[in-house]
Design a protein around this ligand. Structure first.
Ligand code: CCH
Length: 278
C-alpha cells in the first residue's frame, strides 16, 4: 500500500498516539493476503517477544534483535521481513521510537484496529546495537508438536494453560503461507477480524488429515477450506486446554479479557521498565 501520506507527518518524541495513527493507516491493502497487514504485524510482535526465558531473563522483545542475523533468518521467522519492512516508514516518520517499542505497539494497534480488545502497552524497550544477545534458535513453538511441547515453550516464558489457550486464539487472524511455514490456509473465514471464531471453528468442526504434498495439517470436513496445525489440535485433545477452548468459544468477553492480559504480558517479558514508585 502507499503509506507515505500519513507517516510523513513529523511527530514530537513521546507522541505515541501519532505512531499509533501511522500504524493504523498502513494496515489495509487490498492487494495483500486477505486485505490487511494486521495479522503479520501481530505475528511479528509475538515472535519478537516469544524468545524469552524466565530462568535467565534472556530473549524477549527488548533489543529488537530480529533486525540481525541469524534471528531474521530463523525458519520460524520466515515472512516477517514483510512486517518489518512495512514499519520502516513509520520508524522514519517517528525516529525517536525504538524498533522494539514499534514492533510491539504495531501488534497492539493491529489487534485493536481489527476489532480486538484494548491491550495495555507501555514504552520502554531499547534497541540492541548488534546481534550479540540473540538467543539460540528453537525457542519459538513447533507447529508439528503437541501439548507437552506447548507447555515447555510457554512455561519457559512463565505462562500457564489458560494463557496458552488464550494466546493461541490469535490464530483467529491471518493464514499459513506455503512459502513461509510450509503450511497452507486460514483458521477462520474472517481472518482480518479479531474474535473468538478460532475456538468455535476448532470445537464445532470435524478435523481430518489434509491430503496433500505439504506437512501434516488438518482440514474441516464441511468446507475443506479451513485449517488447523497439529499444535492447534493439541488444544482439543488435552483436557485442561480443552476446558478453556470451550469457555472461550462460548464467551468472547472472557477470551478478550484473558487475551489482553496475556498478550500484554508477552510483549513485556524481559523489558526493564523502571520500578513503579509507591
Ligand atoms: Fe502462530 N503461526 N503459532 N501464533 N500466528 C502462524 C501464523 C500466525 C504457531 C505456528 C504458526 C501463536 C502461537 C503459535 C499468529 C499469532 C500467534 C503460522 C503460519 C504458523 C506455522 C506462518 C505462515 O506461514 O505465514 C504455533 C506452533 C504456535 C504455538 O502456540 C501465538 C501465541 C500468536 C500471537 C499471540 C498470527 C497472527 C499468524 C498469522 C500470520 C499471517 O501472516 O497471517
Amino acid at each position: 500500500g502507499p503509506p507515505a501520506l500519513v507517516t510523513s507527518k513529523p511527530s514530537t518524541p513521546g507522541d505515541y498516539a501519532a505512531v499509533r495513527q501511522s500504524i493504523a493507516a498502513l494496515l489495509d491493502d487490498g492487494d495483500y493476503d486477505d486485505g490487511s497487514y494486521g495479522p503479520v504485524l501481530v505475528r511479528l510482535a509475538w515472535h519478537a517477544s516469544g524468545t524469552y526465558a524466565k530462568k535467565d531473563g534472556s530473549g524477549g522483545s527488548n533489543g529488537a534483535t530480529m533486525r540481525f542475523a541469524p534471528e531474521c533468518e530463523w525458519g520460524a521467522n520466515a515472512g516477517l521481513a514483510v512486517a518489518r519492512k512495512l514499519l520502516e516508514p513509520v520508524k522514519a516518520a517517528h525516529p525517536w521510537i525504538s524498533y522494539a517499542d514499534l514492533w510491539t505497539l504495531a501488534g497492539v494497534v493491529a489487534i485493536e484496529e481489527m476489532g480486538g480488545p484494548t491491550i495495555p502497552w507501555r514504552a520502554g524497550r531499547s534497541d540492541a546495537p548488534d546481534g550479540s544477545k540473540i538467543v539460540p534458535d528453537g525457542r519459538l513453538p513447533d507447529a508439528k508438536q503437541g501439548a507437552k511441547h506447548l507447555r515447555e515453550v510457554f512455561g519457559r516464558m512463565g505462562f500457564d494453560d489458560k494463557d496458552i489457550v488464550a494466546l493461541s486464539g490469535a490464530h483467529t487472524l491471518g493464514r499459513c503461507h506455503t512459502d513461509r511455514s510450509g503450511f497452507s490456509g486460514p483458521w477462520t473465514n474472517a481472518p482480518t477480524t479479531f474474535s473468538n471464531l478460532y475456538f468455535q471453528e476448532l470445537l464445532n468442526n470435524k478435523w481430518v488429515v489434509k491430503k496433500w504434498d505439504g506437512p501434516l495439517q488438518y482440514e474441516d470436513t464441511k468446507s475443506q477450506s479451513l485449517m488447523m496445525l497439529p499444535s492447534d489440535l493439541a488444544l482439543l485433545s488435552d483436557r485442561s486446554f480443552k476446558k478453556y477452548v470451550t469457555q472461550y468459544a462460548k464467551d468472547e468477553e472472557a477470551f478478550f479479557k484473558d487475551f489482553a492480559v496475556a498478550f500484554s504480558k508477552l510483549l513485556e517479558l524481559g523489558v526493564p521498565f523502571p520500578a513503579k514508585s509507591a
